[in-house]
Design a protein around this ligand. Structure first.
Ligand code: KG4
Ligand code: ZN
Length: 343
């Protein structure tokens, strides 16, 4: 019979992530990360200019056992030592999620250990706990990924309040769109950043912030359109534009409001710590500006390493530990969810 688990103070947790194009597995003991393996199908996806769900599902099927076996081996433990299996159950591509989830269910069942169903976004937030800086709530987080852009107040390990969010597209999505406009290959975000490094932010694109709405709201659709119109208008007039300047100007318009509002929120709430998470938090310009502004305002900034900002399983194991301690275990009949509200 599945159940009756023996709970440990410092459990050995396997994390599995397969929501998009990365098949990842990681092992933590207590809060200490022992291994993190990522097998990416990004190169294959790049041929199609973006993630093809069917290719992602097949790539996960091929890679999931390898990722798990390598993570366990690199952690210096065996499968039988595991005390829990944490896995992303949503949000993401349904077929892709099902590969990781089915694998995790079978493993948890065969070892008779708890299955922990992790919300991918909560995983991104938990990445900050991997920094080894003894992070403890409360703190303010900037979350910026391919699907979400928000500023959150984390009040306890399991509860957060949304202080402000995008009213349309996410920051990561805007980076991917601008990459396509500029003819850059997938994945868009890192390529826009690279191009921007050689440019000057001299084009006045509209900042990704809704003014006078009475609440804190970001907006990326107007900015995306503005970049597109700028490039089209130049082409129509037969004028050359400098793609590096477009990338640099877009980056400033997209990221400055996030930096400004995150710091403002932390000061207003008298929080002394700021964290960031999600793929866009790997952006070099954002990281540098956040650290400058936090330093000016005397705020402690805890930034996960870049490899723990983009999709990985270490963050899923870290969130798994939080849920383990809250005894929030999933039933084996839990299903994958393509969408989960932020809150
Ligand atoms: O968190 P993530 O890996 O996946 C989601 O959960 O969405 O975020 C992916 C997003 C993509 O839109 C990607 O273009 C963006 O993060 N991204 C970046 C950078 N690295 C990844 N955006 C800007 N600069 C980067 N260096
Ligand atoms: Zn993600």
């Amino acid at each position: 019979m599945y159940g009756n688990f023996e709970l440990k103070a410092e459990p050995l947790i396997l994390g599995i992530e397969s929501s998009c194009d990365e098949t990842a597995a990681a092992v933590i003991r207590g809060g200490r990360l022992l291994s993190s393996v990522i097998i990416s199908s990004a190169e294959e996806q790049a041929k199609y200019g973006g993630v093809v769900p069917e290719i992602a599902s097949r790539a996960h099927t091929d890679a999931v056992d390898d990722a798990v076996l390598r993570a366990v081996k690199e952690a210096g433990v065996t499968i039988k030592d595991l005390d829990a299996v944490a896995v992303t159950y949503g949000a993401g591509l349904l077929g892709a999620l099902l590969v990781g989830l089915s694998f995790a269910k079978s493993l948890a069942y065969s070892l008779n250990v708890p299955l922990i169903a992790v919300n991918h976004i909560r995983g991104h937030l938990a990445a900050a706990y991997l920094c080894g800086e003894g992070l403890k709530p409360p703190y303010v987080t900037l979350l910026a990924s391919g699907g979400h852009t928000a500023i959150l107040h984390t009040e306890s390990y399991t509860e957060f309040e949304v202080l402000g969010a995008t009213c349309d597209d996410a920051a990561g999505e805007a980076f991917d769109k601008v990459a396509r406009i500029l003819g850059l290959p997938y994945p868009g975000g890192p390529n826009v950043q690279k191009l921007a490094e050689g440019g000057t932010a001299n084009i006045p694109f509209p900042a990704a912030l809704v003014k006078n709405s009475g609440k804190m709201q970001f907006s990326y659709s107007g900015l995306k359109t503005s970049v597109m119109n700028y490039c089209h208008n130049c082409a129509q007039r037969g004028e050359q534009f400098n793609p590096a300047d477009v990338a640099a100007s877009f980056q400033v318009a997209a990221l400055e409001p996030l930096v400004k509002k995150t710091v403002e929120c932390a000061k207003k709430l008298r929080a002394d710590t700021v964290t960031a998470g999600g793929g866009v938090a790997a952006n070099g310009y954002l990281r540098a500006r956040l650290s400058e502004e936090c330093q000016k305002k005397n705020l402690k900034l805890i930034l996960p390493e870049k490899k723990y900002c983009t999709d990985n399983a270490a963050m899923i194991a870290a969130e798994g530990l939080i849920q383990y301690r809250a005894k929030n275990f999933a039933s084996l009949d839990i299903n994958a969810a393509a969408q989960i509200p932020l809150k």
